[in-house]
Ligand binder design. Structure first.
Ligand SMILES: *Cc1c(COP(=O)(O)O)cnc(C)c1O
Length: 353
């Protein structure tokens, strides 16, 4: 830390992203990226747009909003785009919460929420998951605070039914409820249709997982017009050009190419089912996943040891040090071949135990 660093950030613990190794080629099952390249339409549109990067990108993101409005049956005023969905989550903390409007989220969830709360000096409270790692919806009903829930949740992979989400939203009419749907396309029920019914609901999604654009950085948010206006006030006060024009074009292509999107999601879901069965055969235990990852533990190998042994074998998974999570590893669903290699490697590892 330099002697100039503001005191207000001195205690901040930044988010730790998953490893992005350069050099050795690993089978990367640690950051929930898609194993597939972007849609060919997205790539073609991105290439065309690259020729025009001498010009600023469209700050209104109109082409993207029109494509999203058609795809998700919302108005163009009910959707907005940001530089990854982390960006809109940060705006959501900034826009709606402060000393007088604290935040709650589960004790086990996306690691960025406490960072955004700290960054923006927002008091927050965490609510423990049940022992089976599910979120108890009743804990949030009528709580009277702003709420962040990842649905499906991370890193557990468990989804809450939409009726529970609706109960939470309906019972907290004077607070904003943010539903982070980063993984919804792999088996969750989306709350997007509820934005017409509740003015306190913000739904966020990302192009990083199901739409194969993690490196392009594109996130989207759905909510009533006035929520979008508030978030756009912050967007225009920080970086109105936060979506570059190449990403914008790729995003339009990805939203238009419904067949490719379905193919990618269906393949991940199929490979997940195969991997779950194989892991169970090897003695692993895991909660039911509605995402593109599996959160698994084995009775005879501690989580950290498994992570390190797999890394040595050229396979990266994600291990979390938090006490409740330390037995587990979060394993991204890669291609079928990658998952076959994972299973073979684990099988050998377990034999040698
Ligand atoms: C991956 C992820 C995000 C955001 O990813 P971006 O790449 O910033 O869009 C948000 N929430 C959860 C729970 C995630 O896993």
């Amino acid at each position: 830390m330099s002697r100039f660093f503001s005191e207000k950030y001195a205690a901040l613990t930044p988010y730790t992203p998953g490893e992005q190794p350069r050099g050795r080629t690993y089978i990367k099952l640690n950051t929930n990226e898609s194993p597939f390249p972007p849609s060919p339409i997205a790539l073609r549109m991105a290439r065309q747009a690259a020729g025009n990067v001498n010009l600023y990108s469209d700050p209104t993101c109109m082409a993207l909003r029109k494509a999203a409005a058609a795809r998700y049956k919302v108005d163009t005023d009910e959707v907005m785009f940001t530089n990854g969905s982390d960006d809109i989550l940060n705006f959501a903390f900034m826009a709606f919460s402060d000393e007088a409007h604290p935040v709650v989220f589960p004790d086990i969830t996306y690691g960025f929420y406490p960072v955004f709360a700290q960054l923006n000096r927002i008091p927050y409270e965490t609510i423990p998951l049940k022992d089976d790692f599910t979120i108890c919806a009743d804990d949030y009903v009528g709580i009277g605070k702003n709420i962040f829930i990842a649905n499906p949740n991370a890193p557990t992979g468990i989804a809450l039914p939409l009726c529970d989400i609706e109960r939470i939203v309906a019972s907290n009419p004077d607070n904003v409820v943010v539903i982070d749907e980063a993984y919804v396309d792999f088996g969750g029920e989306s709350a997007v249709s509820l934005i017409h019914k509740y003015d306190n609901l913000l739904v966020t999604q990302t192009f990083s997982k199901s739409r194969s654009l993690a490196g392009a950085r594109l996130g989207m948010g759905f909510g009533c017009k006035t929520l979008m206006q508030d978030l756009n006030t912050l967007r225009y006060s920080t970086n109105p050009y936060n979506i570059n024009s190449v990403t914008m074009a790729a995003g339009v292509g990805a939203l238009t190419d419904e067949n490719y999107f379905r193919f990618a999601c269906d393949t991940v879901i199929e490979t997940r089912a195969w991997t779950e069965k194989e892991l169970q055969r090897l003695g692993f235990e895991m909660p039911p996943s509605s995402t593109n990852f599996i959160f698994a533990k084995h009775p005879s190998i501690p989580g950290k040891e498994m992570y390190l042994q797999l890394k040595e074998q050229g396979i990266l998974v994600r291990h979390f040090d938090a006490e409740k999570l330390t037995d587990y590893n979060r394993i991204t669903i890669g291609s079928k071949e990658e998952m076959q290699t994972l299973i073979e490697t684990l099988e050998k590892m377990l034999c040698e135990k």
